[in-house]
Design a protein around this ligand. Structure first.
Ligand SMILES: Nc1ncnc2c1ncn2[C@@H]1O[C@H](COP(=O)(O)OP(=O)(O)OP(=O)(O)O)[C@@H](O)[C@H]1O
Length: 882
């Protein structure tokens, strides 16, 4: 048999599965054997796969039997029924069993399977026969083994007549008892009933399941069993195996050889059925139910190399059940906005009866890691409790939020999984691998956002509804293998076979377990769930707590093999078919929607993470809110403080302004004083009156500055202006003028007046300097104020202190100015005294002059005499001697 391992999810190629773009639409058809092989070769060239060539056993020869229209006959396989699990969990269809697009029943008659006793196929059951018709395949006994009844059970001389009776509902006999499920909206899987004779292992009775009244088979309920036939890579398509019949339309597989029989399943897929079709029929509905709150288990069972991994994982171009389920899970979440979901995933493998966490181990690199180099993590134990059933612990669970993330997690686990080369599969899975996706969901509370109140809050508020937890288990079992040359393979094979045998035994004995006694058969014996880790893990599903879909894969013996190898292959294939038939018949599901837990929110150890996370989110939100409130308060405080500072600052500016204005007024007043002293001479009464009354000065300060300008003008323009201002003192002015008109005395006085004017100019300059200093003082006060203002809360008191200092400075300045004014006034008084002294001297001179003029004769006679005697020289009295 040619090797076509490339498309099997060899771990490296699987890692390249387009995780970022999970498939959403219809998938391309499965490549036929030729293209599959071609792609395999390409992959091998690219070193993506181990180069181990698959050996074709010499013993496996094409049987010499003539070609018969095979299972692979397109006429039979292509148009297959489209309805299978689509009705999961029911409702029962009322129409015909198969879709109309199928070929006529007569096409099936080309296969001529004949029971060994040569009996003819049974005629349709008469009306009133047992509920479900049969083709003569009957339950015979109850044992793990399966036998073909030697009675007229397999008389399928014509598959057409035998199997085409689906629509008539008469082709199969009813089983002895119907195993209806009590699940909500779910139905039993009273499919083919296989009762294996105790220990005989080869006696098989298959009962049909056609309901006469409804004209359809049951079995589209909670348990779906399907068979997929792997295409023969070496078969060019012409067929070559006449003993096998694959009827995809009616869901039957028949073997016409020794110990053969015809088996009916919910779905039978041939070589033209791709992964997408397999998923749609086997798992799509189940996945949806899981999202609604049911537990669901999908597992692939079959001999090594028959396509379990290919079906479960698929390839990049043809994704399998796992990636397609992931796509549907997230589609469901998108389509269900009224509920919120939390997904967590774990991935374990059972290898040589030990459980390993595939997510806890770090695979060695990105490619394939040889088995002996793979490091495995901590051994996982199985535990059981009433709430969770059987579960593995400690097991890493990762919370995932997108299909890409989930696919990546699983791809990581795939890399860590044990694989090895077997006779039939270069990249054989040597362990049972279990992907478990836990789905938590709950209704969103109306009127709240996704992060609405916690469950505890909701309960307090009287809002009911809790978190529902359901689990989807996707299991790729290791393939059974009879003979292995390699010791390691033999050890693995022994463990694999033992666990698969236990699984078969449990399933076989399930038929005798009543609805209440999950763990015991009708004789009170415990079912051997504990004999293997696999059955222990599957116990909840097999006991009826879960929806179940089993995909059994087979590969028909290659036409070129014969002899012992061929017999072995046929034996393995028949075992798979019997296992599938038994599972379909015996597994009863009572799956119910999981309860919505209300206790999760208060139980710290609860598994209900969704609620725990929601509570955490609520708490964090509350913390965030209180922090925001605090920050808001701080901000408000700061703003208020700043406002207060601004107010204080403007008040201070106002005060400075006032102080400045007062100073200016004083300066103006000083100017006026100076003018007064210059223009009006001694005017001490008025000046003292002005200077001694600050309140009066303040009132004067209200005068416009133009007054100041007019006041200043006399200094530059002379006395005429001064006259205009001091109009009331004309006599004094006249005094001044007259003083200047007289001889030496007047000239001296004028000089003194000029000196005084120069002094006044000095004073004016000084006043200007004072004004400048005042301006500087104001500026520095402003800058100090702004420094104190910028971080008021960080430099406490600086502003208030600055204010005080400023006030003190202004006081000092005012005091200085007052002192200067007093000093100036004293100087002015001195000047005035000097002026009056000069005036009084001038007056004395004037008096003396008048006296002299009043005695002219005496003086004349004396002058004449003197002139006669001495030439007329006159003696001046001593001027300026006063
Ligand atoms: N339906 C199919 N169409 C095309 N190729 C297939 C199909 N089924 C299986 N194959 C190919 O057959 C080979 C073996 O398949 P796979 O590894 O899936 O078998 P298996 O049952 O998982 O084996 P094992 O139990 O050893 O792991 C792979 O190369 C795979 O690509």
């Amino acid at each position: 048999m040619a090797t076509t391992t490339t498309t099997t999810l060899p771990r490296p190629p699987r890692a390249s599965f387009n995780a970022s773009q999970p498939p959403t639409s219809a998938l391309p058809a499965l490549p036929n054997s030729i293209s599959s092989r071609a792609s395999t070769q390409n992959l091998r060239k690219a070193s993506l796969l181990p180069q181990t060539p698959r050996k074709v056993s010499g013993a496996l020869q094409r049987p010499s039997t003539p070609s018969v229209p095979l299972l692979t006959d397109a006429k039979i396989l292509t148009p297959r029924r489209a309805v299978s699990i689509a009705s999961f969990p029911k409702p029962p269809r009322t129409g015909g069993g198969r879709i109309a697009s199928l070929p006529p029943a007569s096409s099936l008659s080309t296969c001529n399977l004949t029971a060994k006793d040569g009996n003819k196929p049974p005629s349709p059951s008469p009306a009133g026969s047992p509920k479900r018709g049969g083709v003569g395949l009957e339950r015979s006994s109850s044992s793990p083994g399966v036998k073909t009844s030697k009675s007229k059970t397999i008389s399928v001389g014509s598959l057409g007549s035998g199997f085409s009776g689906g629509a008539s509902g008469t082709a199969y006999l009813s089983p002895p008892h119907s195993r209806s499920s009590s699940a909500q909206g779910s139905y039993s899987t009273n499919a083919t009933t296989i009762d294996a004779g105790a220990g005989s292992g080869d006696e098989l009775t298959v009962r049909g399941r056609t309901d006469e009244k409804s004209g359809e088979r049951e079995g589209k309920g909670n348990v779906i069993v399907s068979v997929r036939v792997r295409p023969d890579a070496n078969d060019s398509g012409g067929g070559g195996n006449s003993e096998w019949t694959i009827d995809g339309r009616d869901g039957k597989v028949g073997y016409g050889g020794k110990d053969g029989g015809i088996y009916e399943y919910d779905n039978v897929f041939g070589q033209n059925d791709n992964n997408s079709r397999v998923y749609d029929s086997c798992a799509k509905r189940l996945v949806r139910r899981v999202m609604e709150g049911y537990h669901g288990t999908v597992f692939a069972y079959g001999m090594t190399g028959t396509g379990k991994t290919f079906s479960m994982q698929g390839t990049t171009s043809s994704p399998g059940v796992i990636p397609l389920a992931i796509t549907d899970i997230f589609s469901f979440i998108r389509e269900t906005p009224h509920r919120e979901f939390l997904l967590r995933v774990s991935y374990l493998e059972i290898y040589n009866e030990r459980i390993h966490d595939l997510l806890a181990t770090q695979p060695g690199g990105t490619g394939f890691t040889p088995l002996d180099q793979q490091t495995k993590g901590e051994e996982i134990k199985l535990r059981e409790d009433a709430k969770r059933g059987v579960y593995a612990t400690p097991l890493k669970e990762e919370i995932v939020q997108s299909p890409t993330q989930l696919l990546r997690v699983i791809a990581r686990g795939d890399l860590a999984r044990r694989t090895g080369s077997t006779q039939f599969n270069a990249r054989s899975s040597r362990s049972h691998a279990v992907v478990q996706i836990v789905v938590e969901s709950r209704d969103r509370i109306p009127g709240t956002t996704a992060g609405g109140g916690s469950m505890v809050d909701n309960r307090r508020a009287g809002i009911t509804g809790g978190v529902r937890v359901s689990t989807l288990s996707l299991i790729d079992l290791a393939g059974s293998e009879r003979a292995a040359e390699n010791k390691e393979r033999r050890t693995e094979g022994a463990h694999i076979n033992r666990s698969l045998l236990t699984l078969g035994t449990v399933i076989a004995r399930l038929s005798s377990v009543d609805k209440e006694g999950y763990g015991k058969d009708k004789d009170g014996n415990h079912l051997p769930y504990r004999d293997s880790k696999l059955t222990r893990l599957l116990q909840p599903a097999l006991s009826g707590g879960s929806l179940v879909s089993i995909l059994c894969t087979i590969a028909l013996p290659p036409s070129q093999v014969s002899g012992a190898a061929n017999a072995t292959h046929i034996g393995e294939t028949m075992n798979t078919l019997k296992f599938a038939a038994r599972a379909r018949n015996n597994i009863v599901s009572h799956a119910k929607k999981a309860d919505e837990s209300l206790a999760g929110g208060v139980d710290a150890g609860s598994r209900v993470l969704l609620e725990r996370y929601r509570m955490e989110i609520t708490e964090l939100r509350a913390q965030l809110d209180s922090q925001k409130r605090k920050e808001g308060d701080d901000m408000r405080d700061r703003e208020e403080r700043e406002e207060r500072e601004v107010e204080r600052h403007s008040e201070q500016l106002l005060e400075i302004q006032l102080a400045r204005t007062a100073l200016k007024e004083r300066i103006e007043h000083l100017n006026r004083l100076i003018l007064s002293s210059k223009s009006s001479g001694v005017n001490s009464t008025r000046s003292s009156h002005l200077s001694g009354n600050n309140g009066h000065m303040s009132s004067l300060s209200i005068r416009s500055s133009t007054t100041t300008t007019h006041l200043a003008r006399p200094f530059s323009t002379g006395s005429s202006a001064s006259t205009a201002i001091n109009g009331g003192s004309s006599s004094e002015c006249a005094d001044d003028d007259s003083t200047g008109e007289f001889g030496d005395g007047s000239a001296t006085l004028a000089a003194q007046v000029r000196a005084l004017q120069a002094d006044v100019a000095d004073k004016n300059r000084y006043i200007a300097t004072l004004e400048k200093r005042l301006l500087q003082a104001r500026r520095s006060s402003q800058s100090r104020a702004s420094i104190g203002f910028s971080p008021p809360h960080k430099v406490p008191g600086i502003f208030g202190g600055g204010e005080l200092v400023e006030e003190a400075r202004v006081d000092i300045l005012l005091r200085e100015k007052d002192e200067e004014i007093v000093e100036l006034r004293a100087r002015l008084d001195d000047k005035e005294r000097m002026v009056s002294a000069l005036r009084s001297a001038a007056r004395k001179r004037d008096v003396a002059e008048v006296g002299r003029r009043s005695k002219p004769s005496n003086d004349e006679g004396r002058r004449r005499k003197a002139s006669g005697n001495s030439g007329g020289t006159a003696e001046e009295p001593e001027d300026g001697t006063f």
